[in-house]
Design a protein around this ligand. Sequence first.
Ligand SMILES: [Zn+2]
Ligand SMILES: [Zn+2]
Length: 142
Amino acid sequence: MSLGKLDNCPRCDTLFVKGVRDVCNNCYQQIEKEYAKCAEYLRKRENRGANIHQVSEATGVSIKQITKFIKEGRISVANNPNMGYPCEGCGLMIISGTLCDDCKKGLQREIGYDKDLAERLSAEEEKNRKSALAYKSRENKQ
Ligand SMILES: [Zn+2]
Ligand SMILES: [Zn+2]
């Protein structure tokens, strides 16, 4: 029975045995240390209103990693009202999902547009097919 398979750590690229964690042990400990730093910083009353940039600057932890903590629910946005992470589309601060409302709407518009286009194209195809058929049947009659 195998205990886990070898994989590259997504954080440092070292080969490790993939198990309960999706990063290697070294990175796991690093991340835990980073989390402890953030948690300690946010525990202080005067830092309650800090935003992600301030936390990143004060702790040296990357915005990306803090974003992960927030998404994992380890850093609570409810307890830290100014915490949030940048939208992947425009960088606006958000507290859930990966995109802000505007980008989500933009994405929906894009998808809607493509759907319209696809429908128009298939209608066009259908028309061409029908006229080709009509042409053929005329041909057969002659
Ligand atoms: Zn690693
Ligand atoms: Zn956005």
